[in-house]
Ligand binder design. Structure first.
Ligand code: SF4
Ligand code: SF4
Length: 469
């Protein structure tokens, strides 16, 4: 049995100014009896240190919304109310509850339990319109996550051969291309500009601790960070390759940014990279209309790894000339199916990013056809950032963040990924899939709401429309 991949999580609260969904308020009719200190097992209620006769303000950070203190207060002095600031964070895609979930995951590394008593909708847009087939959850031997059957979450990056060629006497003629194994189907994407040094250092250290990689602009890879070069993916424009030869020679992977240029020159760029280093090349492509044709062309020209990048809400960049912009799940499916039709899918690795906001988006993106995903904003939310979508995307970092130790910030990112890893194991265990790489393109194990809606009601309503004309 292979050595088990384990993420070491540890409760790591941040003493920062969070926004919580509910706030507990102690009203003036409190008689300081202290009963709430006894009934709250999370210690949200304490007496004041400077004057123990009086109660301190409730600590909403640790509150788990059990309502016990409210029910048991003899004076009805405690009130739990919806925090108005909470309703303003996030937006239509990054819902406020998502941010809260990410904060909690970063705090304790545990899988949040939200299934019991769920009263929300069962479908939505994007990944929310996908359900996974968890029929194996009822299998009595479903014990993968509990230790007897190993579930591997590792994925392989790089070019693979379509077939092997053998010569006389069974001698292997094919040259096996180099690949890189990552224990988690997630890499960290380019961090925001202007992050403080401790945040950047924490992101790198978390990538090292988790055994994954982080894409960093080549200019930001200072001598301090070079120690972690095995886990860094220098990102640069095609024109910068030779200038950074010394660094690229030591890197395992290099990311070429094609956000501003068209990748027609890829074969020449590939030759230049091979001339300076042996690193695997990731081509970063914006997810634009009809990008599947570009991906197909690049795969045929020998691209090893292609990174499809949608906007932060998982939508096609630059809009669409004929319809509403596609969402990342549909973009990945189209790219995957195009490569399958070209009989080249197994040869190339596809990374998907943009709108990967929750743990379940990782297996869902893989079911749609990605080999792995790249995350960016969830890492910042893990360290306490608030994201707003309106009036336009902006992030608010907690005051005092630059003074927090690298160790604490690292642990919060590790916790977040630990929670995502546990959820990936849950999904795979329930689906009866033992290897993450087998999730890729398994659309037969997923249900897409738009498709069943169309299959069930499409004909009916189309007929009605025709009849009414
Ligand atoms: S139980 Fe009620 S009255 Fe007693 S200290 Fe707590 S809030 Fe005050
Ligand atoms: S609602 Fe429950 S967890 Fe929250 S403060 Fe009251 S007793 Fe503690």
């Amino acid at each position: 049995m292979p050595k088990k991949y384990h993420v070491h999580t540890k409760a790591t609260p941040l003493d920062l100014d969070y926004i919580f969904k509910f706030q507990i308020v102690r009203r003036e009719n409190c008689i300081n009896c202290g009963k709430c200190t006894k009934v709250c097992i999370y210690e949200a209620h304490k007496r004041r240190i400077d004057d123990p006769r009086k109660m301190a303000d409730p600590n909403t950070v640790v509150c788990r919304n059990c309502f016990r203190c409210i029910q048991e207060c003899p004076r009805g002095a405690l009130e739990k109310s919806l925090n108005k600031d909470f309703l303003n964070i996030g937006g239509a895609y990054w819902k406020a509850d998502m941010l809260l979930t990410l904060w909690k995951q970063a705090e304790d590394g545990k899988v949040p339990v939200t299934g019991a008593g769920y009263r929300g909708p069962f479908t939505g847009t994007g990944f929310d319109s996908m359900w996974t087939d968890m029929s194996e959850i009822v299998r009595p031997t479903r014990d993968g996550i509990h230790g007897r059957e190993y579930i591997s979450t590792s994925v392989e990056l790089g070019r693979k051969l379509n077939h092997l060629e053998f010569g006389e006497n069974g001698r292997l003629l094919s040259t096996i291309p180099r690949t890189i194994d990552l224990p988690l189907p997630v890499i960290f994407d380019l961090p925001e500009a202007g992050l403080s040094l401790n945040v950047k250092a924490a992101m790198i250290k978390a990538a090292v601790d988790l055994g994954t990689c982080i894409v960093l602009p080549v200019a930001q890879i200072t001598a301090d960070f070079e120690r972690s070069l095995d886990n860094l993916i220098p990102c640069l424009a095609p024109g910068e390759i030779e200038r950074h030869q010394a660094l690229l020679e030591k890197a395992r992977m290099v990311a070429i940014d094609y956000s501003g240029e068209r990748p027609e020159d890829f074969p020449a760029v590939k030759a230049r990279i091979e001339n300076v280093c042996e690193a695997l090349t990731i081509l970063r492509l914006p997810a634009v209309e009809a990008m599947e044709q570009t991906v197909s062309k690049l795969a045929h020209s020998g691209a090893e790894i292609i990174h499809v990048i949608a906007d932060y809400r998982g939508r096609e960049l630059g809009g669409s000339s004929t319809s509403t912009p596609r969402l990342i799940k549909d973009i990945i499916r189209t790219v995957h199916m195009r490569l399958v039709a070209d009989r080249i899918r197994d040869e190339v690795t596809i990374i998907a990013s943009g709108g990967i906001a929750m743990a379940e988006h990782v297996p869902k993106a893989m079911l749609c056809g990605a080999d792995l995903t790249a995350v960016d904003l969830p890492l910042l939310i893990a360290i306490g950032a608030r994201l707003y979508e309106q009036p336009e995307r902006f992030l608010v970092f907690p005051p005092g963040l630059e003074g927090i130790s690298v160790e604490i910030l690292t642990q919060r990112i590790v916790n977040l990924m630990g929670a995502w890893h546990s959820q990936l194991l849950e999904v795979m265990g329930a689906m009866g899939i033992r290897e993450a790489r087998r999730l890729r393109g398994e659309t037969g194990r997923a249900i897409f709401f738009e498709e069943i809606d169309n299959d069930t009601f499409g004909k009916l309503f189309r007929k009605k429309e025709v009849a009414s004309i």
